[in-house]
Write a protein that binds this ligand. Structure first.
Ligand SMILES: [Zn+2]
Length: 238
């Protein structure tokens, strides 16, 4: 076993299990989607290109540095072609450690439709745990332009709806947590869709969001976005 595999074996296991779970959830098809886990300042675990997420095992996980240089990859494995946006997000947000990108059917439907509903305040848990899902304009997959498209959104959000493409959800606590948040956002998107079918989703009142903000501050929970960047929830949702 490579020394880095040994050193980060728990986190590699976590990434491999999260990849398979992402596939079980039906959020990816074929070779789609990718996951990464920053385990040290200059060490990132990332899924390989051209391998179905349901098949990812410990040895399939690639290890790269923040410049994208491969520190470890087993024979026949190469880091995902979407490494540029993973590294760009980690570079701009040193507080984040886990990133999940996938194409879940409901959120991706919102990404195709002309709507900003996912940026609004509907449900308390997604507001507290993740914050608004901000839209990133369409750029070609695998391109540097796509990586740069996140730049002006990263200071104020931890979750991103990629126009006509899919979604990205991040976490301060590793890749499994990012996947749990991803599930939460897909579930919220489903509920919002159902509410729309039932006559229209109603946003939480400002005062309720203000109360949530107070609760977060009392519990010392981090606001969405880069540390120190966002003062409170109201500025994000209203
Ligand atoms: Zn994609």
């Amino acid at each position: 076993m490579h020394e880095l595999q040994q050193k980060y074996s728990n986190q590699i296991q976590e990434l491999a299990e999260s990849s398979r779970r992402l596939a079980d959830l039906g959020y990816v098809t074929s070779h789609g989607g990718n996951l990464s886990y920053r385990v040290a300042d200059d060490v990132v675990l990332i899924t390989p290109t051209k391998v179905a997420k349901r098949k990812i095992q410990f040895d399939d996980v690639c290890i790269i540095d923040m410049q994208g240089n491969v520190l470890f990859a087993k024979e026949g494995r190469k880091p995902t072609g979407e490494s540029p946006f993973h590294l760009r997000i980690f570079e701009k947000r040193p507080d984040l450690t886990g990133i999940v990108h996938a194409h879940p059917p409901v959120m991706t439907g919102f990404a195709i439709a002309d709507t900003d509903l996912l940026t609004k305040a509907f449900l308390p848990e997604p507001i507290i745990e993740v914050g608004p899902m901000v839209t990133v304009e369409y750029e070609e997959p695998l391109s540097e332009e796509l990586a740069r498209a996140f730049d002006d959104k990263l200071p104020n959000a931890n979750a991103f709806l990629m126009k006509n493409h899919g979604a990205i959800v991040t976490s301060l606590e590793g890749v499994e947590r990012a996947l749990e948040f991803f599930e939460m956002m897909e579930a919220a998107a489903k509920s919002i869709l159902v509410a729309q079918l039932l006559g229209g989703a109603e946003v939480l009142a400002k005062e309720h969001v203000q109360n949530l903000e107070r609760t977060m501050k009392t519990r010392s929970l981090p606001m969405p976005g880069a540390p120190g960047q966002v003062d409170g929830l109201l500025e994000l949702f209203f």
